[in-house]
Ligand binder design. Structure first.
Ligand SMILES: Cc1cc2nc3c(=O)[nH]c(=O)nc-3n(C[C@H](O)[C@H](O)[C@H](O)COP(=O)(O)OP(=O)(O)OC[C@H]3O[C@@H](n4cnc5c(N)ncnc54)[C@H](O)[C@@H]3O)c2cc1C
Length: 484
């Protein structure tokens, strides 16, 4: 190999890889991010509860603990600079008996020792006043005002837009197949050729163990732990104002009630170990488990209110903690086992990885051209009526409704396509078109036509999420196929 081309190659474009990539663009470095899916954030980072944890959930003797709180504190600045939905709505951890109140006290002390402000135990009356829909059997709750909710996929898109603008090169639909030490650095093999880099950051989520093993850079195992989540109709908006946690057990945070940033209520997740890293199915057992548990907390919730369901897979490493650090292979850094609270911690993980790279010899000189802000998207449903009318008068595309449930216009879908959405899911996660009550019954065809028009491709080449996930085919192809 001749001189390495990239200073750092980041493997995996989940929230962790995107946060690391954006942090490194603050320095004069040649950077590349390799992602196997057609867009960033399409792994576990889009299939989670979207909670920025308050700072007191993970234990003091773990790497997760301090990173949860360090990460939590970075979200306000990120929110100012980038373009994603985020609000600190606070959380309540609720107790049904005296033994559980003792557990709340333990969590309060843990948070206070770490410096988490505002933690307060509320008595039964206060809980009832603040959250009247909660069960009357709840006797106390720990309030944590630092907890928030975020649209996690929007964060990935915005981090990567910022990083790309500041010099990152990104290659999607590129699967890393191996990493080998070569003279002067590392060679990253992919299904689209090799990439040379001085340093490699392995942020490949569920598959970080396979990549580390192939490189001889770690013998840990990642096991998936499935979490099923259920989204409820928007008519339940306001049922609870804060994220509601049951009192946790030694192994689980339990099933939560989450008012999402966009105004739906989400309930879940389950936590079941599985073997298959590709199994994203939901199940009637999962649904029963979730609804049985949340109805104990909020009796007014019913499975009949469910409009959509999905599953995400936590990347659980041996020992249950994050694995972040250099490996036996010079220049190869593992960022693995990033289960919950990985979303919360991601900005702090990015800082930690930057420091590890510097300790390993990467020279960090400031990129004076770094621009932290990205332009904010137009979100028509967030404007008042006068502003909506004025906008539609300037550009009629912002007056054509594309998704009726979520009030998304043609203008916003076109903006999303020009910002990089090349699939139906890309549009959905950038604009919410297809996320409402009819789940795309009305807008799917409109979005497909816009993708075809704006990208200049025939409609049969439009996909749901890249690869072979086409949605329609020509009748002739079907007839030819069945004749063959
Ligand atoms: C149900 C559920 C709920 C959760 N709720 C929360 C929460 O509320 N708050 C919180 O803080 N955390 C939460 N988490 C945890 C959080 O979602 C994860 O910690 C976080 O998303 C991990 O990000 P990541 O970038 O490490 O992984 P990923 O998002 O999985 O990213 C890894 C990327 O690597 C890519 N990749 C894999 N193999 C290869 C390869 N060979 N070549 C190229 N690319 C590759 C993948 O396609 C993927 O995009 C939850 C997790 C689950 C499952």
């Amino acid at each position: 190999m001749t001189a390495p081309v990239y200073d750092v190659a980041i493997l995996g474009g989940g929230i962790v890889g995107c946060a690391i990539a954006r942090e490194l663009t603050r320095y004069r470095l040649r950077l590349v991010l390799l992602e196997k899916e057609c867009e960033v954030g399409f792994g576990t980072s889009k299939s989670n509860s979207g909670i920025i944890h308050a700072g007191h959930h993970s234990g003091p003797d773990t790497l997760k603990g301090p990173l949860e709180w360090a990460g939590n504190r970075k979200w306000d600045v990120l929110h100012e600079e980038l373009d994603f939905g985020f609000e600190r709505i606070g959380e309540l951890m609720v107790a049904w008996d005296a033994e559980q109140v003792e557990i709340l006290e333990k969590y309060k002390k843990r948070g206070e020792d770490r410096g988490v402000p505002g933690l307060e135990i509320w008595d039964r009356d206060r809980v009832r006043r603040e959250e009247p829909s909660l069960s009357r059997d709840i006797i106390a709750a720990l309030h944590a005002p630092t907890a928030g909710v975020v649209n996690p996929y929007e964060v990935c898109f915005s981090l990567i837009d910022s990083a790309r603008h500041n010099g990152l090169e990104i290659r999607v639909e590129t699967t890393v197949t191996g990493v080998a030490a070569v003279e002067g650095g590392l060679r990253v093999d992919t299904d689209r050729g090799a990439v040379a880099a001085r340093y490699v950051v392995n942020a490949a989520g569920l598959f970080a163990d396979r990549i580390a093993a192939a490189a001889g850079a770690g013998d840990f195992r990642i096991r998936p732990r499935k979490g099923e989540e259920y989204l409820l109709d928007k008519r339940l908006r306001g049922l609870v104002r804060r994220i509601i946690f049951p009192c946790p057990t030694a192994t689980s945070k339990g099933v939560l009630v989450i008012p999402t940033f966009d105004g739906t209520i989400m309930v879940g997740p389950t936590a079941n170990p599985i073997d298959d890293k590709g199994d994203l199915s939901t199940s009637s057992e999962g649904s029963d488990e979730v609804f049985d548990q949340v109805r104990r907390t909020v009796p007014g919730i019913s499975p009949r209110d469910c409009i959509a369901e999905f599953a995400g897979l936590r990347a659980v490493a041996d020992g249950e903690d994050f694995i972040i650090g250099p490996s036996a292979v010079k220049g190869f850094i593992n960022v693995a086992g990033i289960q919950s609270p990985g979303l919360t911690a991601a900005p702090a993980i990015a800082d930690m990885v930057r420091d590890i790279l510097a300790d390993e010899g990467l020279a960090l000189s400031a990129n004076d051209d770094f621009v932290p802000e990205v332009p904010k998207r137009v979100i028509v449903s967030h404007l008042d009526t006068a502003a909506q009318v004025a906008l539609a008068a300037r550009d009629s595309r912002y007056g054509h409704i594309c998704c009726r449930c979520e009030l998304v216009t043609e203008g916003e879908v076109v903006d999303a396509i020009h910002a990089g959405a090349g699939t139906l899911d890309g549009i959905k996660f950038r604009t919410r078109a297809g996320m409402g009550r009819c789940q795309g019954g009305f807008c799917t065809w409109r979005c497909m036509e816009l993708l075809s028009r704006e990208m200049g491709i025939p409609i049969e080449q439009v996909t749901k999420r890249g690869g072979g996930s086409w949605l329609v085919c020509r009748r002739e192809d079907l007839e030819e196929g069945s004749a063959a």
